[in-house]
Design a protein around this ligand. Structure first.
Ligand code: PNW
Length: 470
């Protein structure tokens, strides 16, 4: 057996969730409708018509859930606040909504769990979608007001603030492919949404910084490891450049270099709205941040295809998860190679995480002095509970072990990675897949809402307690 991998002192061991996926209590204490409430009620959008009305009932069970975190030695909890709970119409503050997050924060602090807050994990108030949604520039300004309201309630107790979770998903799945709420399918709107999300991020960082210069600020992006099917084949190399560009560099370049990459702009030229970028926007977007959250699940192998094959390839891509759904991904085929896959069908590629962290450090965060945290990593598998509801989830355990090994490899190569948040603490509402896909290290019995830690949770508790992966 190889030597145990020891992580640096102060490394944060956490788990993550998001408001719409776990809270439930969708219509309590004045919460307004969000785009996922609407989308989930639209026939054919979400597996078997599931929705987040009850979810894990975390809204009522948060104290028990935080106690469980402490029992599992978790030092940090990444959660998101629901904009529609805090501002039911997207504009007016609802005290009762803020109070929930205040109670949650106090509970975490009382159990020595560091709160890590995400302001936007995809649940835009429906009223703001009705007013134009993210393709409308005004939404970025509404986001700043929302951020300020949350900061004024929780800023005295929470140090880590991230603005957005995975703007790629919000923009490209929400407004491009329509596979996420609000389910719109307009390439130009997807580009508008992406720009306004990033503008909202930059404006919010500036505003939060001016309110309290001691806050630790940043955002979370999702990344995929993209490789060409044949590195000697120019068409495959170009396909890999294009997908890497749209899924990875599209957000990182403006944030860290203050400009959209010219090759990607060229790829989306026909869709690009001429009036989209206003003078000064890129300076706002590239406002320096303290942390970059990295969400990593999978790798993709891509091949360039001719125009005739492109449509068939686009259909195939639906099943391929991360990175396959970008605007401008025509002429690219995502190969279904004979590799290990999770219950989502996503390729298991731990070494891709090492390469990604090394690259982010070299190209973006290292020079900027921005710290890296893995804010999501984990896997869905088809869990089989025994009579007591216990799940011996060896596959998930192995997935996490290998990815933690990959993080450790990056640290050994000199990359400063300061924490890891396992997705997810609980089985929860997996977006378009409803409750059918389970990512939790803790099983949720949806009939009784009972929580039952899986084998992976017991194992992760030992890792978090010892700072070591055997
Ligand atoms: C992330 N894709 O979602 C989210 O941040 C979580 O809320 C989610 O539960 C988790 O990963 C697991 O899916 C993604 O299709 C959803 O590329 C879809 C994609 C990527 C990330």
């Amino acid at each position: 057996m190889s030597a145990p991998k020891t992580f640096p002192d102060g490394f944060l061991w956490g788990s993550a969730t998001a408001a719409y996926q776990v809270e439930g209590a969708a219509w309590e204490d004045g919460r307004g409708a969000c785009i996922w409430d609407t989308y989930a009620r639209t026939p054919g959008r979400v597996h078997e018509g599931h929705n987040g009305d009850v979810a894990c009932d975390h809204y009522h069970r948060y104290a028990d859930d935080v106690a469980l975190m402490q029992k599992l030695n978790l030092g940090a909890y990444r959660f998101s606040t629901s904009w529609a709970r805090v501002m039911p119409d997207g504009r007016t503050v609802n005290r009762a909504g803020l109070d929930f997050y205040s109670r949650l924060t106090d509970e975490l602090l009382s159990r020595d769990v560091v709160p890590w807050l995400t302001l936007y994990h995809w649940d835009l108030p429906q009223a703001l979608e009705d007013a134009g949604g993210w393709p409308s520039r005004d939404t970025a300004y509404r986001f700043v007001d929302y951020a300020a309201a949350v900061q004024s309630a929780l800023g005295d107790r929470i140090n880590f603030w991230t603005t957005l979770n995975e703007p790629w998903c919000s923009a490209f799945l929400g407004y491009g492919s329509g596979r996420h709420a609000p389910g719109r399918t307009d390439g130009a709107d997807a580009l508008r949404a992406a720009h306004h999300l990033m503008l909202g991020h930059g404006l919010a960082v500036q505003d939060l910084r001016s309110r309290d210069s001691s806050l630790t600020l940043g955002l979370t992006l999702n990344f995929a490891d993209v490789t060409p099917a044949d590195p000697q084949e120019p068409g495959d190399l170009d396909a890999a450049r294009r997908i890497d560009g749209l899924s990875n560099r599209y957000f990182a370049e403006p944030l860290f270099h203050g400009a959209y990459a010219p090759d990607i702009l060229e790829d989306v030229r026909e869709l690009w709205p001429a009036d989209l970028v206003v003078d000064g926007d890129l300076e706002v977007i590239s406002t320096p941040t303290d942390v970059l959250g990295v969400n990593y699940y999978s790798g993709n192998t891509v091949r360039g295809v001719g125009p005739d094959e492109a449509h068939a390839a686009a259909d195939q891509a639906r099943a391929d998860g991360p990175a396959s759904d970008s605007v401008g991904s025509e002429h690219v085929e995502f190969l279904a190679l004979d590799v290990e896959r999770t219950g989502m069908g996503w390729e298991v590629r731990p070494q891709g995480l090492t390469q990604l962290l090394v690259r982010l450090d070299r190209d973006y965060t290292g020079p900027a002095g921005t710290a890296l945290y893995v804010t999501e990593n984990g896997a869905a598998y088809d869990d089989v509970p025994d009579q007591d509801g216990f799940v011996q989830d060896d596959e998930r355990l192995r997935y996490v072990r290998e990815h933690l090994g990959a993080v450790h490899d990056a640290i050994e190569q000199g990359v400063e990675v300061k924490g890891y948040f396992l997705w997810s603490l609980l089985d929860n509402f997996e977006w378009a897949f409803g409750y059918d896909k389970r990512f939790g290290i803790v099983r949720v019995d949806y009939d009784t809402l009972q929580r039952i830690p899986k084998a992976s949770a017991r194992w992760y508790a030992e890792v978090a307690g010892s700072h070591q992966v055997e």
